[in-house]
Design a protein around this ligand. Structure first.
Ligand code: AHM
Ligand code: MG
Length: 335
């Protein structure tokens, strides 16, 4: 690669060009990126690193934690403790926000993360990832309490994810487009490999866990049945289906070549509001998808417009290529 642009150079140029970040936010993003490098190393060691299998503990969502869930959470907490840029952190793996240890200064940002998304895939050597979202501390609210995190996705100042796949990627938005960085393992740094990613508006590919079909609502069954009917059905074209069961990997594929990712409301998850978590899964991914020209909805409302009521709140998710998401939303309106 001629004249590669490192994440550091990119952030400094972004700061100059758009003023979309300051020194604190730049430090925050670099620290998160460094933590993702450490997680990437741990993930890639697999059985040799003794990191596979169950941790023997559970999180607040009643899910059994894997050793790598716990380790990734620790890595992100430690990496972000000392910089003075954060007021508090929240994670899928912790019941309540984590405070900055007393010996360090605090700052004006809140960081939320799913430290290891797709953790059911760890032990079978399939791509997993880290998702993160950055908010500003709200004026007039004690920054360390749960309430300060309860801001709609439109308030995010940055969001991103890392995918630990055949290569490790960092995908980032600061609200001025979406950019992809690839981890150069020899240099130990993230290098810009794609600027301003745009999602194709149309698609012939969908991503859903079809084993839940019997639990779906009518609009979802209609949409998927029409896709599956192919060329001779109402859509007049054949569709392909992919489901990795790591949101990061599925959404990254959609970001790259188009598609629609869905974890809709279904009878199994209706009581809890859906499967995926709003604050550290749906919102950051929605920010990225919208910044790349796509759309993101619950089927009934824009995900980023939801006023959160709880840190671990769940939502139905339909995101990806603009025209397909609009179609699914229109089916919900017809219903
Ligand atoms: P996790 O954060 O505990 O790994 O759970 C979220 C994951 C998503 O990455 C993925 O889209 C979904 O759960 C898969 O669910 P299912 O196993 O029901 O297909
Ligand atoms: Mg997750």
């Amino acid at each position: 690669m001629n004249n590669p642009v490192s994440l550091t150079q990119f952030l400094i140029e972004e700061q100059r060009a758009h003023g979309s970040l300051n020194a604190d936010l730049r430090l925050l993003l670099e620290v998160v990126a460094r933590a993702c490098k450490r997680i990437s190393i741990a993930v890639s060691k697999g059985a040799l690193g003794g990191v596979l299998g169950e941790a023997g503990t559970g999180n607040i969502q009643g899910e059994a934690q894997k050793k790598l869930d716990v380790l990734s959470n620790e890595i992100l907490l430690q990496a972000n403790a000392w910089g003075g840029h954060l007021a508090a952190m929240a994670s899928e793996e912790m019941d309540h926000p984590s405070l900055i240890p007393g010996e360090y200064p605090t700052g004006g940002y809140l960081l939320l993360f799913d430290p290891l998304d797709g953790s059911s895939n760890i032990d079978v050597n399939i791509s997993v990832g880290t998702i993160f979202s950055v908010l500003r501390v709200k004026e007039g609210v004690e920054p360390t309490c749960e309430e300060s995190f309860l801001q709609p996705g439109t308030q995010q100042v940055a969001a991103g994810y890392a995918v630990y796949g055949p290569s490790t990627l960092l995908v980032l938005t600061l609200g001025t487009g979406v950019h992809v960085f690839t981890l150069d393992r020899e240099l130990g740094s993230f290098t810009l490999t794609q600027r301003d990613v745009r999602i194709p508006e149309d698609t012939q590919e969908f991503s859903i866990n079809a084993s839940n079909r019997r639990h779906w609502e009518a609009p979802m069954t209609r949409y998927i049945d029409e896709c599956i009917a192919g060329k001779t059905g109402p859509r007049g074209k054949d569709f392909n289906m992919r489901w990795v069961a790591s949101m990061v990997a599925d959404v990254h594929r959609i970001l790259t070549r188009g598609g629609v990712f869905m974890y809709p409301l279904d009878a199994k998850t209706a009581a809890q509001g859906g499967k995926l978590r709003l604050m550290y899964e749906a919102n950051p991914m929605s920010f990225i998808i919208e910044q790349a020209g796509g759309k993101s909805s619950t089927g009934r409302e824009r995900i980023m417009a939801i006023q959160p009521e709880a840190l671990h709140q769940r939502v139905p998710v339909i995101m990806g290529s603009r025209n397909e998401v609009e179609r699914v939303v229109s089916y919900h309106q017809d219903n």
